[in-house]
Ligand binder design. Structure first.
Ligand SMILES: NC(=O)c1ccc[n+]([C@@H]2O[C@H](COP(=O)([O-])OP(=O)(O)OC[C@H]3O[C@@H](n4cnc5c(N)ncnc54)[C@H](O)[C@@H]3O)[C@@H](O)[C@H]2O)c1
Length: 286
């Protein structure tokens, strides 16, 4: 259902590869809410993935670009302003990849050239995007910029490897650039820290299904899926959140505030876990 939250706004969405991509859902919701957008992904992803299909469906131009390449990013911003007819109101950086994870290099045997690529693709590309946008004065006053993170930026998760370092850097860039861009241009920059989600990037994580089961059991509201994330992004792009900036915002069903839940504990217990009953005989899950 549309609330016209982005009516008249112009946006750029980076990272929609296929229907499972979080960026795909965000692009669909943004257009539904009245925005006009351009889409960007690597030339290889545009050739091999379904980005073109999404472009047709949403009547959005595709601008192939490697987000680690400054000239490519300059092209994306100048063409987007030309196509959409003015400065950009919102932008989604939904990009992540670790060649070390792909090549199954464990964290204590990393290839450092590959680690530099992980950091460049998954975190520094965000800085490049922000710096290019600011130098070109491409973002409108009060504009909203989002990137997607994961709680492994703060806590250690088996198998997340050098992506954890990339997410820590990504969240730091969100704060550092958020200060400068906010102060000078009123532009807000936030990271949404999302539940594990079944996507192409997500399925690269070791033990993804078990991880999803664990966080589902730990989270009082259950895991947030890509549609939930898209809804949150729309609110963050809208004028309803105009004073929110430099934050890591958790869209994780409550996972980040939990230590242990009954549903998770039941998984590990050999004995029946005693459930508490109140005087009416109702079970309490305290
Ligand atoms: N899936 C999850 O469990 C999960 C959880 C939290 C955060 N995230 C984050 O969400 C973001 C989107 O990932 P997703 O899960 O939708 O997976 P996805 O595989 O659909 O998206 C990743 C995108 O990054 C793009 N990309 C890779 N290298 C690039 C480059 N050099 N330049 C431009 N684009 C490039 C890919 O083409 C792809 O479209 C990532 O930052 C990811 O870390 C995902």
């Amino acid at each position: 259902m549309s609330h016209n939250l982005l009516k008249g706004k112009r946006g750029i969405i980076f990272g929609a590869l296929n229907e499972m991509s979080i960026a795909w859902k965000v692009a669909e919701r943004a257009v539904e809410e009245g925005a006009v957008i351009t889409l960007s992904n690597t030339p290889v992803a545009v050739r091999m993935g379904d980005t073109l299909k999404l472009g047709e469906k949403l009547n959005a131009e595709i601008l192939p670009a490697d987000a680690t390449n400054v000239e490519d990013l300059e092209m994306v911003f100048s063409k987007s302003m030309e196509i959409l007819g003015g400065k950009i109101d919102f932008l989604l950086h939904s990009i992540g990849m670790s060649p070390n994870v792909r090549k199954k290099r464990p964290y204590d045997d990393l290839d450092y050239d590959l680690m530099m690529k992980t950091l460049d693709i998954s975190a520094i590309s965000f800085h490049k995007m922000l710096q290019v946008a600011k130098k070109m004065d491409a973002i409108a006053e009060g504009g909203s910029i989002l990137t997607l993170s994961y709680i492994a930026a703060h806590r250690t998760f088996f198998g997340y490897n050098d992506m954890a370092d990339a997410k820590a850097l990504l969240e730091s860039i969100t704060r550092s650039f958020g200060y400068i861009y906010g102060r000078e241009k009123g532009v807000r920059i936030n990271a949404i820290s999302q539940s594990p989600t079944l996507t192409t990037a997500g399925s690269g994580i070791k033990g993804m299904e078990d991880l999803m089961d664990f966080s589902e059991r730990m989270s009082p509201l259950g895991n947030a899926n890509a549609d939930d994330c898209a809804d949150y992004c729309i609110v963050m792009f809208s004028d309803l959140t105009r004073k929110v900036t430099m934050q890591t915002l958790y869209n994780d069903g409550g996972f980040s505030s939990m230590g242990m839940s009954l549903r998770a504990m039941k998984r590990y217990s050999n004995n029946e876990i005693e459930e508490f009953k109140n005087e009416k005989g109702e079970i309490s899950y305290g």
